[in-house]
Design a protein around this ligand. Structure first.
Ligand code: CP
Length: 316
C-alpha cells in the first residue's frame, strides 16, 4: 500500500479491506518488526484527556521500536494562538504554526488530539488545531480525535466488526444514540458513519428528535427516531452519545428511555454491543449488557493497539 500522507479520515486509507487484512496479520504477530522505528520519533500531542488513545499509541510505538514524546499541550506547552494575523497581546503565548514547525524539527510524525470547544460551531467544524498542524507541520499528521472525527477509533471498530462477523450475509449494524450527563462531541458517531459505509453492511442510525448528525456523515444511511424499530434483528449495536448538531452542543429533552438494556437486546439477533469507551455505566449501557458475552468493548479497546500500529507503519 502507498505510504499515507496523513491519517485523519477514511479517505486517507487507499484500500480499507486490504488495511483490515493487514491489521489481522499485525494482530497475529504484533512484535514482528521490532526495529522498524529505529531512530524515528513520534510526537503525541494531547490537548484533552485520554486512556486508550494515549496508551495504545505508546504501546504501538514500543512494538515498532519507535521513540515517542508526549506533549500534554493543555498543561506542558505554551498556550497556542489559532488565528492567523492575531496581534498576540493577550493570553496566547505561541502561535500554533510556530509550534507545528518546531515539533516537526524533533518528530518524524505528529499525532494530535483536540476536542471541540463547543463555543463556536463553525470554528469546531473547521477543526482548526488539526488543520493548522496539517498545514504548517513538515511531517505527516495523525488525528487522535478532533471535533469532527475519531479515525483511529472507527478503523478499530471496522476491524472488530470484521473479526466478529463470519456469516455469509451482510450484518445489520445499528448506531444508537444513548443518554449522557453532559454535551459530548459528534466525532465518534460521525467517523463511525463515514467508515461503516466502506464495509459491506446494512446500517441504521437511530437517535431522538433533535439529535440529527451532520448529513455530511449520515447521507446514504437509514435514519430513524424509533430505537425499537432500529434494533430489530441487529447483529451489531454501536452505542454512543452525542449532543445536538443543529442547536450546536445543546442537549434537548429526550422522550423515552434510550439506555441499552438486556430487555432491548432481546429484540436483536443476539447483537454484539460496541462502545468506544469510556462508558457511563447504567446511563448509556446497563451493567448487565456491558458485563455480558455480547459486549465487545474490551476487544475494541485492545484493537486500538493494532490499528495504531498499522497507521504508524504505513505513515513512516
Ligand atoms: N476511545 C477513546 O478514544 O478513548 P480515550 O478517550 O480514553 O483515548
Amino acid at each position: 500500500m502507498a505510504k499515507l500522507q496523513k491519517f485523519t479520515c477514511v479517505d486517507d486509507v487507499p484500500n480499507l479491506e486490504q488495511a483490515l487484512q493487514e491489521c489481522i496479520d499485525i494482530k497475529n504477530n504484533p512484535l514482528g518488526t521490532p526495529n522498524f522505528g529505529k531512530n524515528k520519533t513520534v510526537g503525541l500531542v494531547f490537548l484533552n484527556p485520554s486512556l486508550r488513545t494515549r496508551i495504545s499509541m505508546q504501546k504501538a510505538c514500543q512494538n515498532l521500536g519507535l521513540n515517542y514524546i508526549i506533549i500534554n499541550a493543555g498543561q506542558d506547552a505554551w498556550t497556542w494562538e489559532l488565528h492567523d494575523g492575531a496581534v498576540m497581546d493577550g493570553t496566547t503565548v505561541e502561535h500554533i504554526k510556530d509550534a507545528a514547525k518546531v515539533l516537526s524539527e524533533y518528530c518524524d510524525v505528529i499525532a494530535i488530539r483536540c476536542f471541540p470547544a463547543f463555543k463556536d460551531k463553525e470554528e469546531d467544524t473547521q477543526d482548526k488545531v488539526l488543520n493548522q498542524f496539517i498545514e504548517h507541520a513538515t511531517v505527516p499528521i495523525i488525528s487522535l480525535e478532533s471535533a469532527t472525527r475519531h479515525p483511529l477509533q472507527s478503523f478499530t471498530d471496522m476491524l472488530t466488526i470484521k473479526e466478529n462477523w463470519k456469516e455469509n450475509r451482510k450484518p445489520k449494524v445499528v448506531l444508537t444514540w444513548a443518554p449522557h450527563v453532559k454535551s459530548i462531541a459528534h466525532s465518534v458517531a460521525n467517523s463511525f458513519c463515514e467508515w461503516v459505509k466502506e464495509i459491506d453492511a446494512d446500517v441504521t442510525v437511530t437517535f431522538p428528535e433533535g439529535y440529527d448528525l451532520d448529513t455530511e456523515y449520515t447521507d446514504g444511511l437509514t435514519i430513524t427516531n424509533d430505537q425499537d424499530e432500529a434494533l430489530k434483528d441487529a447483529d451489531f449495536i454501536y452505542v454512543k452519545n452525542w449532543s445536538s448538531f443543529s442547536d450546536y452542543g445543546a442537549t434537548p429533552e429526550v422522550k423515552g428511555d434510550w439506555l441499552l438494556t438486556l430487555e432491548k437486546l432481546k429484540q436483536t439477533n443476539n447483537a454484539k454491543v460496541m462502545h468506544c469507551l469510556p462508558v457511563r455505566r447504567n446511563v448509556e449501557i446497563s451493567d448487565e449488557v456491558l458485563d455480558s458475552e455480547n459486549a465487545l468493548v474490551y476487544q475494541q479497546a485492545g484493537n486500538r493497539l493494532i490499528t495504531a500500529q498499522w497507521v504508524l507503519k504505513n505513515i513512516l
